[in-house]
Design a protein around this ligand. Structure first.
Ligand code: DX5
Ligand code: ZN
Length: 218
């Protein structure tokens, strides 16, 4: 069963509560929250206050994607704010194992993410510690960018390692997901598809979610 995680980056922030409830009723599995700091990525978005304020209005897990430098400093506040999964970029964590343990110590699910140009080998030795591996299918920073197909090979590689080592983390992809790319990602081994524009920029969110899930063979 492929899960769909709408990214609220493409939602209408003036009515965020309604937007989240709309996708929850429309069949979403996670709410994906894109946190950007203007340093690691060239955009500034959501902080822990927003996570805290949306938390009471959804029963879905909050899938918090930290695109920030020095994530260790902010993991405790995002955990306290209600994050269900916290995902950190390998590129921002010189002591990745320690950072993953820090997330665990807050009783939050752990995720690790790599950019399109970062090889899978960079996270090979942390796979046994995480609940989620996120593979960026665009360069992080903005919604609405084009899918980078070369990442599919990396999805396959991570899925093969998972099988060989009998691990059970979820594989998530993020960026440029639509009906067409959803099918390719699911075929390659992705379990969770993040979709921003392909859900929130559509009038009928239920239909959008169903179409992506259907393309993924849900
Ligand atoms: C990109 C973010 C994505 C983004 C996806 O930096 O991590 O989650 O919102 O948006 P779409 O689906 O429009 O590419
Ligand atoms: Zn994201």
């Amino acid at each position: 069963m492929t899960k769909i995680a709408p990214s609220i980056l493409s939602a209408d922030f003036s009515k965020l509560k309604n937007e989240i409830q709309d996708v929850e009723q429309g069949g979403a599995d996670y709410i994906h929250v894109d946190v950007m700091d203007g340093h690691f990525v060239p955009n500034i978005t959501i902080g822990p206050l927003i996570v805290e304020s949306i938390k009471p209005y959804t029963g879905l897990p909050l899938d918090v994607h930290l695109m920030i430098e020095n994530p260790d400093k902010y993991i405790p506040v995002f955990a306290e704010a209600g994050a269900s999964i916290i995902t950190v970029h390998q590129e921002t964590c010189p002591h990745l194992h320690r950072t993953i343990q820090l997330i665990k110590s807050h009783d939050v699910k752990t995720g690790v993410v790599i950019n399109p140009a970062t090889p899978a080998e960079m996270i090979r030795d942390i796979l046994q510690e995480v609940d989620l591996v996120l593979l960026m299918t665009v360069n992080p920073g903005f919604g609405g960018q084009a899918f980078i197909p070369e990442v599919l090979q990396k999805v396959k590689q991570i899925a093969a390692w998972r099988e060989n080592r009998q691990l059970n983390f979820e594989i998530e992809v993020d960026g440029g997901i639509n009906q067409k790319t959803a099918e390719l990602c699911a075929e390659a081994g992705a379990d969770v598809l993040v979709a921003g524009s392909a859900v929130f920029k559509q009038e009928n969110r239920r239909k959008a979610i169903e179409e992506i899930a259907c393309a993924a063979g849900k």
